[in-house]
Design a protein. Structure first.
Length: 123
């Protein structure tokens, strides 16, 4: 009986390892969507967080092959993102800014709505 338990355990481990390897291969085979990034400015200001700057750095890597970089969001936030893109090497004349024309949902007094701090980067 103990032999069957050991054989069952060994078989389960082998199948589990094979499934894990297949999952890793599938994850690496499916490319991440490229050409669209989203960053958020800090609450209560138009400053960029370290996470936003890292996302912009990733966008700069792809922007080098793009003809145009489109920024969509509120003008003050777009200006902050544009400044960072230029600082990281994207030519200013390749950047097109668009105001976010979509109406934003209203939030209560004193609350910060993330959609108001959002800037989309499209390559």
């Amino acid at each position: 009986m103990q032999k069957y338990g050991i054989a069952l355990l060994a078989g389960t481990l082998l199948v589990g390892a094979a499934a894990g390897t297949m999952a890793q291969e599938l994850a690496s085979a499916v490319p991440a969507p490229k050409g669209e990034f989203m960053v958020f400015t800090e609450k209560g200001s138009h400053a960029l967080s370290p996470t936003a700057i890292a996302t912009i750095r990733s966008a700069v890597g792809e922007a080098r092959t793009a003809r145009q970089v489109t920024l969509i969001g509120r003008p003050e936030n777009v200006a902050a993102v544009k400044d960072e893109l230029v600082r990281q090497g994207v030519p200013a004349d390749a950047i097109v800014a668009r105001n976010d024309a979509a109406p934003l949902p209203k939030v209560g007094d004193g609350l910060s709505d993330p959609s108001e701090r959002r800037v989309e980067i499209k390559l």
